[in-house]
Ligand binder design. Structure first.
Ligand SMILES: Nc1ncnc2c1ncn2[C@@H]1O[C@H](COP(=O)(O)OP(=O)(O)OP(=O)(O)O)[C@@H](O)[C@H]1O
Ligand SMILES: [Mg+2]
Length: 628
C-alpha cells in the first residue's frame, strides 16, 4: 500500500529527463480525465482507501510510543495489552486494505488498458493502406503495448502515489515535529544530501536505459525482419550470414555493456539510500538518546521517531520525482492520441446506399488520384526515417475515364508504374479519388455502404496473401458461415481440390508464414478459391507476374476462367491468354488511358499496345508455341 518502496523509487529516476521539458497541452489532460470517467466510482473509493492507508502509516509508530511510555515504563499491563492488540488489529486492517485497494487499482488500470487497446486496434485497422507502407510494424505494435501500459500508470500508481505520498509525508512530518523539532530538522537536512546525487545518477541511468532500449528495439526488429521465410531466404540467397552474425553480436554486446553499467549505477543508488536511512537512525538514537537522558524526550517518542523517519524517505523521494512521472504518463497518452487522431481517409457516408443486387458495371469518370501525403496518413514518431517526400501529392492518375459494362471482362495493361494497381485500388475503395468519381453499379463509391462494397467487390492481389493458419480458416475469412461442401466446391472450381485432398491434414493444413508452404501457383489458386467462396459480383484481379510452370499456369488459367464467368471483371493482365479473352483492353501509361479496344484492333494500330505486345505478350506466345 505504501508508495515509494526502494524499487519503485529507483524507477522514478530512470525516466527520460526530456519528457519534463516537453509541454503537455491542457487538452491532453482533459482527454485523459475523460478516459477516467467510466471509472469515477472506483477512483473515488480507491482514493479514499489510499488516504486511509496513508493514515495507517503513522498509526503504528504512535501506538508503539504509547505502549512504551504509558505501559512498559509505568508497568501498566492493561495498557500494554490494549495497545498491543490495537497494533495487531491495525496490521490486519492494513493487510485487508492493501488487497482491496490493489483490487480497485487493478480494475481501474486494466479497464483503462482494455479501453485504449480496443480503440487503438480498431482505429489502426481502418487506416488507409498507405499508413501501413509508412509505419514500422514493430513501432506500431510497440505503441499498442508500451504506451497503453504507460498511460495506465497515470491512473493507478501515479494517482495513488501522489495522493498517498503527499498525505503520508505531511502526517509523518507533523508527528515528528510534535515530538522533537530539532531532530526533525536535522533529519530533513540529510535528505538533500541524498536527493542531489541521486538526481545526477538518475540522469545517467536514464541515458543508459534509453541507449539499452534503443539497442534492444534494434535487435528485436532485426530478428523480426530476418526470422520469417522471406527474410531468411534473402539472407541465405545473398549468402552473408557471417556478416549478419557480426552485426547482431555487436549490438548484443552493446546491450550487455549498458546492462552492466545500469546494474552498477543501480546498486550505488540503493546503497546510498540505505546509508541515508542508517544515518538518520543513528541520528535519532544518538541525539534523541542524549535528549532522553536529559529528560527532554520520552523513550517511547524516541522509538516512534526512529520508525517514522524510516517511513518518511520513501514518500519524499517519490514526490520529488512526481513531475517526471506524471509527464511520462501524459506523454504516453499523447502518443496514443496521436494515433487515434489520424482521420480515417475512407469513411462511411451519412446516408449510405447499398450497391444494387444485379451484375455490376464500373465507371471511372475523370478520375485523378494522388497518394495521401505523409501528414495525412502517418504519425511522425512512428516513422523510422522520413521518406523522400518529393513524390507526395504528385498525381499518379490523371483524368481517367473508363467503363466496364456489367458482365464484361476488361483487361488493364501498361508498363510498370503506370498506375494499374492504383486504379484497381480505387475500384475496391481502398482510397477515394482526389478528383472525379468512381461508380460501381451506378452508385458513387463515396455514397455506397462500406460493407456492401466489401461484399460486392472481390480482389485478388499479386501476392495473394494468406494468414498463417489452416486452409479452412483462410477460406472462411471470406465467408465465415461457409460449410465444408461449399469450401470443397470452391476448391474444385479453383482447380486445387485434389492437392488439398492429398494433404495429410486436408483442410486443416496450416499454410505457413505468408503461405510460404505452398507454391506460387497453389497460393494463387487458393486465393481464387477464397474469392469464389465469397462470390463477389465484381472481380478485381492483379495477375501474378511471376512465371508459373506450364502446368500450374494452365490450372490457374482454368481457375480464373471459372472465377470470371458471369461476373464483371477488371483484370490487370500479364498473360496473352487474358488479353485475348478480354472484351476490351485498356492501355494505361503514366496515369493516363492512352488506348482502348480489342486485341486485334489495338494490334493493328501503331502504339503502346503493339510495343507491349512485342516485348511482353509475344515472347510468351512464342514460348508456349515452342513448348507445345
Ligand atoms: N502507397 C504509395 N504511396 C505513394 N506512391 C505510390 C504508392 N503505391 C504506388 N505508388 C506510385 O504510384 C505509381 C503507380 O503505381 P502502381 O502500383 O499503380 O503501378 P502499376 O501499374 O501497378 O505497376 P506494376 O505493373 O509494376 O505493378 C508509381 O509511380 C508508384 O511509385
Ligand atoms: Mg501493380
Amino acid at each position: 500500500m505504501r508508495q515509494g518502496m526502494p524499487g519503485g523509487m529507483y524507477r522514478h529516476f530512470t525516466h527520460d529527463p526530456e519528457v519534463v521539458r516537453h509541454k503537455v497541452q491542457r487538452e491532453t489532460v482533459r482527454r485523459v480525465l475523460f478516459y477516467g470517467r467510466p471509472f469515477r466510482t472506483e477512483i473515488a473509493i480507491f482514493l479514499a482507501l489510499t488516504l486511509l492507508g496513508a493514515g495507517l502509516v503513522i498509526a503504528t509508530p504512535l501506538l508503539l510510543q504509547r505502549i512504551i511510555d504509558d505501559g512498559v515504563t509505568p508497568g501498566n499491563r492493561q495498557v500494554v495489552i490494549l495497545f498491543g492488540s490495537l497494533v495487531a488489529a491495525l496490521a490486519v486492517v492494513e493487510a485487508v486494505l492493501t488487497v482491496v485497494n490493489r483490487w480497485f487499482s487493478a480494475r481501474i488500470g486494466e479497464g483503462l488498458i482494455l479501453e485504449l487497446r480496443r480503440e487503438v486496434f480498431t482505429h489502426v485497422l481502418r487506416q488507409p493502406i498507405a499508413f501501413f507502407t509508412r509505419a514500422q510494424t514493430g513501432s506500431l505494435v510497440n505503441r499498442l503495448n508500451t504506451d497503453v501500459i504507460g498511460a495506465q500508470q497515470a491512473f493507478t500508481s501515479i494517482l495513488a502515489g501522489l495522493v498517498s505520498n503527499v498525505f503520508a509525508a505531511a502526517l509523518i512530518i507533523g508527528a515528528l515535529l510534535t515530538r522533537s523539532w530539532q531532530i526533525t530538522l536535522l533529519a530533513l537536512l540529510l535528505l538533500p544530501l541524498f536527493l542531489l546525487p541521486a538526481r545526477l545518477m538518475g540522469d545517467r541511468l536514464s541515458a543508459l536505459t534509453r541507449r539499452q532500449m534503443g539497442l534492444n528495439a534494434d535487435l528485436a526488429s532485426r530478428m523480426t525482419e530476418r526470422f520469417n521465410v522471406g527474410g531468411a531466404l534473402l539472407v541465405r540467397l545473398f549468402g552473408r550470414p557471417e556478416q549478419e552474425d557480426a552485426e547482431y553480436a555487436e549490438r548484443a554486446r552493446g546491450v550487455r555493456d549498458s546492462g552492466v553499467a545500469i546494474a552498477v549505477n543501480r546498486v550505488v543508488f540503493m546503497a546510498g539510500l540505505g546509508l541515508v536511512a542508517a544515518l538518520a537512525t543513528a541520528l535519532v538514537y544518538g541525539l534523541g538518546g542524549l535528549m532522553a537522558v536529559a529528560g527532554q524526550l520520552s523513550v517511547g517518542a524516541l522509538v516512534a521517531m526512529a520508525m517514522l523517519l524510516g517511513r518518511l524517505y520513501g514518500p519524499l523521494t517519490a514526490l520529488s520525482n512526481a513531475r517526471v512521472d506524471v509527464m511520462t504518463a501524459l506523454v504516453s497518452f499523447e502518443r496514443i492520441f496521436e494515433v487515434l487522431d489520424l482521420p480515417p481517409l475512407v469513411t462511411e457516408a451519412e446516408d449510405p446506399v447499398d450497391l444494387p443486387a444485379r451484375p455490376l458495371g464500373v465507371e471511372l469518370d475523370g478520375v485523378s488520384f494522388a497518394y495521401p501525403s505523409a501528414e495525412e496518413v502517418s504519425v511522425a514518431s512512428l516513422e523510422q526515417r522520413p521518406f523522400a517526400e518529393e513524390r507526395d501529392g504528385v498525381p499518379v492518375l490523371h483524368g481517367v475515364d473508363l467503363t466496364v459494362e456489367p458482365g464484361q471482362l476488361v483487361a488493364l495493361v501498361g508498363p510498370s508504374g503506370a498506375g494499374k494497381t492504383t486504379l484497381t485500388g480505387l475500384v475496391a475503395r481502398l482510397y477515394d479519388p482526389t478528383q472525379g468519381t468512381v461508380r460501381v453499379g451506378g452508385v458513387d463509391l463515396r455514397q455506397a455502404r462500406l460493407s456492401s462494397v466489401r461484399d460486392a467487390v472481390g480482389v485478388v492481389t499479386q501476392e495473394a496473401h494468406l494468414f498463417n493458419d489452416s486452409i479452412r480458416a483462410n477460406l472462411a475469412y471470406a465467408r465465415p458461415d461457409a460449410d465444408e461442401p461449399a469450401m470443397w466446391q470452391a476448391l474444385t472450381d479453383a482447380r486445387i481440390a485434389d492437392l488439398v485432398a492429398d494433404l495429410p491434414d486436408g483442410l486443416d493444413t496450416v499454410v505457413g508464414d505468408r503461405g510460404h508452404r505452398l507454391s506460387g501457383g497453389e497460393k494463387q489458386r487458393l486465393a481464387i478459391a477464397r474469392l469464389l467462396l465469397k462470390s463477389p459480383r465484381l472481380v478485381v484481379l492483379d495477375e501474378a507476374t511471376a512465371h508459373l510452370d506450364s502446368e500450374s499456369e494452365a490450372a490457374v488459367q482454368e481457375a480464373l476462367d471459372r472465377a470470371l464467368k458471369d461476373r464483371t471483371a477488371l483484370v490487370i493482365a500479364h498473360r496473352l491468354s487474358t488479353v485475348r479473352h478480354a472484351d476490351r483492353i485498356v492501355v494505361l501509361d503514366r496515369g493516363r488511358v492512352v488506348q482502348q479496344g480489342s486485341h486485334e484492333e489495338l494490334l493493328a494500330r501503331d502504339g503502346l499496345y503493339r510495343t507491349l505486345y512485342e516485348t511482353q505478350f509475344r515472347p510468351e506466345a512464342e514460348r508456349v508455341t515452342a513448348r507445345g
